[in-house]
Design a protein. Structure first.
Length: 434
């Protein structure tokens, strides 16, 4: 890669063509580059971008592995391979490759950013924290790195150190709303909500009427809002979309979609049926159901989650709206089945949702949904430090019966595991009269 670079112009042109979606022209440009310099690893790296852009993931891997074979210690090639592995949820090899490239180029900030991104995708917070600390040795005081470090420390339960970082950021720039909100979230996670009131008050002064700030202000004052702001859930799930399936199923042991799909098939064996999947996310239920005789409709607030669900090619249609609006706007007696799996912990009060679901079910239809368990001797709706709502089982059963469901089956279960601890909950199957 000398100063007199014989193919630099070709590579730059191919990158621009790939960015514009002109893959045929990009292929021709790369062919010219390879003829001029057959053993240049950069050509194969750019070819991998072109293959991934066209949807040829295996071709992208083949090109990158050839790139790495030709230049085993070339940082950019290794980093691109690690990033592709992470995008394809192959996290073990991705993190191993990322650690290797970080060792080869320890002072390269672009490499550092890629390594931290891979660690976050892999939910490997310890790795992310380690490299963020290293980054701050390279660029002391960097605001973005301190934001990321404080957030990761809070996630890992290191609240005191996270609060120190948030405090220093706010002292440096009192208008840093992201740092103030980060400190609020850390104080809530540390179960010291009253200490967050000054920050939520300041945030609302900066942006009066902001629904997310108002939500956190209520929490700081010890209140339990009946719903979470749509913007908060959209942001949460947009950020999780690419890794959600692997995170939930492998990381947290989430098996509910598979179990409920089997239940639905047994209830409707040999008969067509229509399903409304509330909070469909990345389409895990649809994957487990497969193509059905009837229609399967998905509802989710997150466009990025819906983009992932679309790839499975089992849903007939999607509505990117919150579930409250979806139910209000749906005509009566339309579905045989309504599902809401791992949705109501983010929805809050179900006082309107359950009657609306009963209304739009066909006679003989049923609703299947899960909730996290709140103590029976306390409030009917709680919001623990996890940030997810918990519901009192007896209250939800009573809501179902009051809505008109003639039979309400309840199964206590472990919904998933979090920090290796079981998350207790229950699954309800509520039947409408035939």
């Amino acid at each position: 890669m000398s100063i007199a670079d014989p193919i630099r112009q070709y590579l730059d042109t191919a990158r621009a063509q790939i960015a514009q979606g002109d893959l045929q022209q990009a292929a021709q440009t790369l062919n010219r580059a390879q003829k001029k310099s057959p053993n240049d690893a950069r050509t194969f790296m750019v070819a991998s971008w072109m293959a991934e852009k066209s949807g040829n993931i295996q071709g992208a891997f083949d090109a990158l592995r050839k790139c790495v074979a030709m230049a085993p210690n070339w940082g950019p090639g290794l980093l691109e391979l690690a990033l592709l592995l992470a995008r394809q949820n192959q996290f073990k090899e991705a993190t191993e490759t990322a650690e290797k490239v970080a060792t080869i180029e320890p002072r390269n900030l672009q490499v550092l950013a890629g390594v931290v991104d891979i660690a976050h995708r892999a939910s490997h917070n310890e790795m992310a924290i380690r490299h963020l600390r290293r980054g701050l040795e390279l660029v002391p005081g960097d605001v973005q790195l301190r934001h990321l470090l404080a957030r990761d420390l809070s996630t890992e339960g290191a609240h005191a150190e996270a609060l120190d970082i948030w405090g220093a950021l706010i002292e440096q720039n009192p208008a840093d709303a992201q740092a103030r909100l980060g400190r609020v979230q850390t104080l809530l996670a540390a179960q010291t909500p009253a200490r967050a009131i000054a920050d939520t008050t300041e945030l609302l002064a900066q942006a009066p009427g902001d629904s997310v700030y108002a939500y956190y202000n209520a929490l700081a004052h010890g209140q339990v809002p009946t719903q979470q702001p749509v913007a908060l859930n959209q942001s949460l799930f947009d950020n999780m979309a690419e890794i959600y399936d692997l995170h939930m199923v492998r990381g947290l042991g989430y098996q509910l979609p598979k179990q409920v799909a089997t239940q639905i098939k047994n209830l409707h064996a040999g008969k067509p049926f229509n399903v409304l999947d509330l909070g469909c996310g990345t389409g895990l239920l649809g994957v487990c159901l497969g193509r059905i005789e009837g229609f399967l409709i998905g509802v989710d607030t997150s466009r990025k989650m819906v983009e992932q669900a679309t790839r499975h090619n089992v849903y007939d249609r999607f509505h990117t709206v919150n579930l409250h609006d979806a139910l209000h706007e749906t005509p009566d007696a339309l579905y045989h089945v309504i599902t809401a799996l791992d949705v109501f912990p983010y929805a809050g009060a179900l006082d309107e949702i359950i009657p609306n679901a009963h209304r739009i079910l066909l006679p003989g239809g049923h609703m299947i949904f899960s909730c996290e368990s709140a103590p029976e001797n306390g409030a009917t709706l709680t919001l623990p430090s996890t940030g997810r709502y918990a519901h009192q089982r007896s209250h939800i059963e009573a809501l179902c019966r009051a809505a008109g469901f003639v039979r309400v089956d309840v199964e206590d279960t472990v919904l998933r595991y979090e920090n290796r601890e079981p998350v207790q909950g229950f699954v309800i199957t509520a039947y409408k009269a035939a």
